[in-house]
Write a protein of this length. Sequence first.
Length: 451
Amino acid sequence: MLFKEPKFAWLLLAVLWCFTFAGSLGRIVIAFFQPEITADLGVERDFLGFTWSTAIVLTAVCAPLGGLLADRKGYAAAMGISAAMNALGAASVLFIPGTLGYWLGNGLLAGLSGLGAASAYMLVQDWFRHHRAKALALLGSAGSLGLAVLTPLLTQGHKYEWRQLYAVLLVVHLLFLPLAALVFRSRAGGRHEDTGNVPLSENQELSAAPETILPPKDGQKPLSAAPSGNSGASPANPPQSWREKSAALLDMARNRVFLVVSFSLLACGFSMGTVEMNLAAIHQHSHVPTATIAASLSLLGVLEVCGGLLFSYFLDRSSRSSALALLFGVRVLAFSLLLPHLQLSPVFFSLLFGASYVGAVSGGILLADENAGGPGGLRTGFLLLLHQLGGAAATLGGGILYRLQHSYQTVIAVNLILSALAFVFFLLLSRHLAARRRPSRGSSAELEASG
């Protein structure tokens, strides 16, 4: 055991981190080699935007489908298919000439790789008990650090061509295939030999007599409950018939925690889409100096990592719903400072929003896993779908609103309202879950009946 978790769990996390770090190479190519790509393919940049949009839409659609696949066959199968799609995509760009190969690789096949979007979350939920939020925050930092570290190495002096970098990506995806097929699948089945001896997570610690089973914080599943079916080897009792699947979907739709998390991830996706696509333009529209914009964006990247680790600590140590309320409260403050766009708004916005950038998705998925019913893969995939749809709405809506109003104030105001609603919903949810725990301390059967 290492930090109360199996050593092999940390090894799996390290492997995923390294491949995610290397996978950020694809984002670097798309972001910094657009002039070379358009010149070589003989196209305009709108073709690259169309290809990127194709990938985003397909990824959103494939996320819940991949979750269903993971529920049926295990997350190792979903990871393997995703890696195969990525490898085929890189090969298409390299070996199929012209725009067809580029669209197939970076559009169609890149979107189909979204079948594995829920797998990393399921793996962490399956292997980790004490440090789930921290593990997801570490995994989320891989892409940001990859951009920060690899970008200057690969773009300075234009030493490399974009096709050479796609060859490196092809090797990375091919190396991941045997790991997904062998390592995760062969070892995941024995992660906890005795489910009765699974240690309490830091979010579940309660003082109770040895014979008494008390409900965990935030209404989490009792410790004697079976795992949620996230094993890489074989999922535990997924719904088989369409009637069972329909009943599971209805249970999720009626679950208060799932509804709040769904709205929060939609709001989170809208905020992230606004920041990734329009933040620099918002600063430029307010005549912020170029040096200040560059400094604020660099600060945003650093705070994504540091803030993600900080909020993951609160997510593991305290009530997850309260921690998520705090996170969205920080976002409300960030957009409140961005709306009037004061002189120090770019710096303070990067500090506040960067600190809350990573924790919302991982924290919301963990909270839903511990409280909402339904198959784990389908639930996680659906939540990721909502997050992607929020990002797509921000990308399209931001451009349309700017074209109509020649201002980003409405986009900022929408972000402020959505974050404020998520903040209020999580506050109310935290009180509801706390109230549900209090009367059930005398009888765990009452909790099960109310849940």
